[in-house]
Design a protein around this ligand. Sequence first.
Ligand code: ITT
Length: 190
Amino acid sequence: MKFKEVYFATTNLHKFKEAEKIFSKYGLNLKHLNFKTAEIQSENLEEIAKNSLNQVLSQHKIPVFVEDAGLFIKVLNGFPGPYSSYVFKTIGLKGILNLLGKTRNREAFFLSVIAFGSPSGEQKIFTGKVLGKITFKIRGLGGFGFDPIFQPKNHKKTFGQMNVEEKNRFSHRAKAVKKLVKWLLFKEKL
Ligand code: ITT
């Protein structure tokens, strides 16, 4: 690998576990850095991730990545998107279901943006997206955040009804993490 060790700076252990499983599948060890960044207000996940990465790098001289993710609902013009964390904490799953009511168009996607940086100044962005729909009811107790109301396209279960391995087969985060791992291992051109 390009680096001896790589850290994932996040306060969210679910996110860390999902990424760690992918790293270990490729024989890599991922380290956790419990770091709370002050997320800037922006409509652009990449801008938020880059800003968070620079906050981490200003205090830790290590190869590290941060990830910013969000749920984008079509009929709500992409809401909650970059505000997903705040919306989850305030109105939660029920709030989103109430907002949609009986709306039939429930298309949505999750987007993950990883910003990786090293002390030498190298920085890279990796993204992953999964299309799906918002269910009518909360289904499943697994995962975190909006997992129990998000059903990925062509699948019967919600992310909340899947274990980490299943979710990792097609989640937004898994796609972004796999791109990062391949770049770390093979310097693959993306
Ligand atoms: P860090 O910033 O410390 O990494 P966080 O939980 O605040 O942790 P994000 O800002 O990336 O992470 O996530 C925003 C919110 O979007 C998150 O709190 C969830 O509610 C939701 N979310 C992101 N990824 C998700 C996923 O895979 N499944 C369900 N909800 C997700």
